[in-house]
Design a protein around this ligand. Structure first.
Ligand code: G3H
Ligand code: 13P
Ligand code: ZN
Length: 289
């Protein structure tokens, strides 16, 4: 299939209490793994690219990175019959516009660091741009921190204020809204609980489907509960990279003589297909294509 805007599946998931998985890719093999897993599970799925992944893929040039991944995502989606979307994750205003011009079917503007009213104004403008090319628009209220190895004080995390979320959703017309419920990006173990009471309050005030960032560090019990309460897009990055890298590490540690990158990248890709399939089934998206 051509790259799809999977918003209709996210809306359906929101109504029915399951979620579409959005998986970060840093390499061609990781993007392929997401499409192959969607195919194997007959599920909608999202390949998403962070700002740092773009910079990596473009060897320091993020526009070049967007061009590369637009081409890779297009071929990955067209190689399977399940609906696959290509999403820009945590984009700047400039990256969002560039991604839309390159055929991304979904974008996120990360207004972290902007005053609330400015975040609203930029998001509103980008919504119009996304909708003019039938793409899905995501934005965020609150903060899911990216500690990048630095010490984090969980008590200082700015969780989403339900009234602000309602005002933001109404004024911007955003399609899906990322909210902060206590998760943290980049965690290697599942230790965090979500503020599910806050989620219930937000769900009552916001009609749009809600997005969970930083799911790798959240307990599965809380993710399941959160999905039943309105989280209809769940972002998974670190957990997938752990599967991919784990496969490569196994090959290299068993055979110190290996030089052909295909030998270890094949195993990394296979491991990631299995990990994406597991998350798709966990989120209840299997069979929903
Ligand atoms: O939110 C973004 C994901 O956690 C991936 O982050 O590519 O910047 O490491 P990264
Ligand atoms: P994790 O790396 O914690 O899974 O975060 C994923 C994410 O939110 C990407 O936007
Ligand atoms: Zn995120």
């Amino acid at each position: 299939m051509t790259l799809q805007n999977v918003l209709p599946w996210i809306i359906r998931a929101h109504k029915e209490g399951w979620a579409v998985g959005a998986f970060n890719a840093n390499t061609m093999e990781q993007a392929q793994a997401i499409a192959l897993a969607a195919q194997a599970e007959n599920a909608p799925a999202i390949i998403q690219i962070s700002h740092r992944a773009l910079t990596y893929i473009g060897s320091g040039n993020e526009i070049r990175g967007l061009q590369y991944i637009a081409a890779i995502g297009k071929v990955a989606a067209e190689s399977v019959s399940a609906p696959v979307s290509l999403h820009l994750d945590h984009g700047s205003e400039r990256d969002v516009l560039q991604a839309l011009a390159l055929g991304f079917t979904s974008v996120m503007f990360d207004g972290d660091g902007y005053p609330f009213d400015e975040n609203i104004a930029i998001t509103k403008k980008l919504c119009e741009a996304a909708h003019s090319v039938n793409a899905c628009m995501e934005a965020e209220v609150g903060e899911v921190p990216k500690p990048d190895g630095k010490e984090l004080n969980h008590a200082n995390i700015e969780l989403t204020d339900p009234d602000e979320a309602a005002r933001f959703a109404e004024m911007t017309g955003v399609d899906i809204l990322a909210i902060a419920l206590g998760s943290v990006h980049g965690m290697k173990s599942k230790e965090v609980s979500l503020d599910l009471n806050r989620l219930e309050t937000i769900r009552a005030k916001v009609s749009q489907p809600l997005v969970l960032h930083g799911s790798s560090g959240v307990s599965d019990v809380d993710i399941k509960q959160g999905v039943s309460l309105g989280l209809a897009k769940v972002n998974v990055a670190t957990q997938m990279s752990a599967a991919f890298t784990g496969g490569i590490r196994d090959v290299l540690s068993k055979d110190g003589d290996v030089v052909d990158p295909r030998k270890y990248l094949t195993v990394g890709r296979e491991n990631q297909v299995a990990a994406v399939r597991e998350r798709i089934r966990f989120l209840g998206a299997n069979g929903k294509a």
